[in-house]
Design a protein around this ligand. Sequence first.
Ligand code: ZN
Length: 174
Amino acid sequence: MAKEALLIVDMLNDFVREGAPLEVPETRKIIPAIKEEIGEARRAGRPVIYVCDAHAPDDKEFSRFGWPAHAVRNTEGAQVIEELKPQPGDIIVEKTSYSGFHNTRLGDVLKDLGVDSLRLTGCVTHICIMFIAFEAVLRDYDVTVPEDAVAALGREDHVAALRIMENVLGVKII
Ligand code: ZN
């Protein structure tokens, strides 16, 4: 039987709050949809996994891609927003790049849970969400993306990323 895990990607203060260093304003609109996803997953006993940037203060991601410093490990900015706060039993996986799997424990966590499909929510649609979708599909996971539960920096990138995930990766967009 299929076993699905819910992933909540980078719904951190430094992406979501007004005036945050890497503010993605659209993330504030997807909070209710993610809340619902979390509620459903918890009720069904499905794993809830937060995948969160946790950068070093001088992380090479900042200089290499020109992003302002964000989500520095152990700062307030790197915390999941209050509205979607993890509960006991949820899992938090730290990452240091666009990737959910590279240099993280996500692969092991999913194997231990016996999960075979992933439901991706959070931000940014055309960056970490798409990156993780590519990685997950290469690792044979079925991937679903509820489009009202992911956010991008702009509408065009959002729509393009959903189209690419659907057409190239066979991701189920719902
Ligand atoms: Zn980052």
